[in-house]
Ligand binder design. Sequence first.
Ligand code: FCB
Length: 458
Amino acid sequence: MTFPNHFVWGAGASSFQIEGGAQEAGRTPSVWDMFCSKPGATWQGHSGAVACEHYQRYRDDVALMRQIGLPAYRLSISWSRVLPDGVGKVNHIGLDFYDRLIDELLAAHIAPWVTLFHWDYPIELYARGGWLSPDSPHWFADYVQTIVEKLSDRVRHWITLNEPQCFIHLGLQTGLHAPGDKLTLPLVLRAAHHTLLAHGQAVQSIRAASKQTCEIGLAPVGLAKIPATETAQDIEAARQAMFQMRDRTTWQTAFWLDPIFLGQYPADALELFGDAMPPIRVGDLETIHQPLDFFGVNHYSSPFVRAGKDGAPEEIPFAPGHPIAANRSFVVPETLYWGPRFYWERYHLPIVITENGLPTLDWIALDGKVHDTQRIDFTRRYLLEYERAARDGAQLKGYFHWSVMDNFEVTEGYRDRFGLIHVDFPTQRRTLKDSAHWYRRVIETNGASLHENPFHVY
Ligand code: FCB
């Protein structure tokens, strides 16, 4: 048994991906609402306008979470549901939705972990410059204060930003995510710096406004590298590859996390970006470098790396036939060993896997059930590696499966199903998948059941 006693088991989702109710009770559009209406932006033109109708069905959904026995649930708040202009006047009907949701969760003994920003940036603020505006950190910190004042008597866990790599690199540089812009590098880096400041100022807001002692982290994209063999040379090559700059983009690890956790931009980032970096004012790095309570990270897949001739890291291709997910990403359970281990070494905060999961092509079988054996096997393999990281000394604090239910998988629309709960979108009928029942036992045994073969049916 290596999962610690107070280890947090949970599952997650995000506002735009499940809520629907896009025009309900004063909510204004976010950049994702706008992006979905662009031709070709999402698979088959799908949008999150209806999604899982969680806005209307949250009570039933919490009851299902209770059936899974979830001790914790990671949700996010739709900024423009609460502040239709992004700043200023509060839409109390919108804010009350989260108030009721939190009460419902607590009544079901489920601890809410609240993400303050999971990509659905208010269109009204985008029109005022979005993350490019030097005011954007203040806008975010003010919005965060509103939320914390309302919910912190009951919410103890906060996550500031979900995956800045996605909403800045994919959102502003490649245009693959909302808002779909293709800005020049200096503008992207300016937006990135504001994003980091927004994180820091939000942490200050939370600490100042929270009505109880709370824990704060963020949820970046986990870009782990796996040593091809467990020799000292390959391990060192993977470690280097994980934190070094890959190219002149913000699809990076240390570029985002060193300022937050170590108080400085990495030297290789400053060198590679050179003049493209925005001016960094006195005090900026102090603002960004706020003490945090856990190291949240989202982990799915990772490449293998070996030490090349001069010891320099070299990524190696996957062997033909290496297991893949429905979205064609590679299945690499060692991600949950080497990711946590390297982060623990560098940043030394207890690790929370804020997302991990597998898209599969599930449907309801003739017996009325959803037999998602691949999700069970995937999660079991990843969690066994995570447990190994604990055995080897990394401090682990939690694991949130992505996702609690099938949802609007951003650019992939409703094609990729990540849920423990199956959603039949035309009828909104929910069905607990086999993986939900299996996960319940993992939770009950604090991971001990991971050592049992889950497939005794055949
Ligand atoms: C992550 C996102 C999450 C979900 C998963 C599959 O990048 O944070 O919202 O879409 O991928």
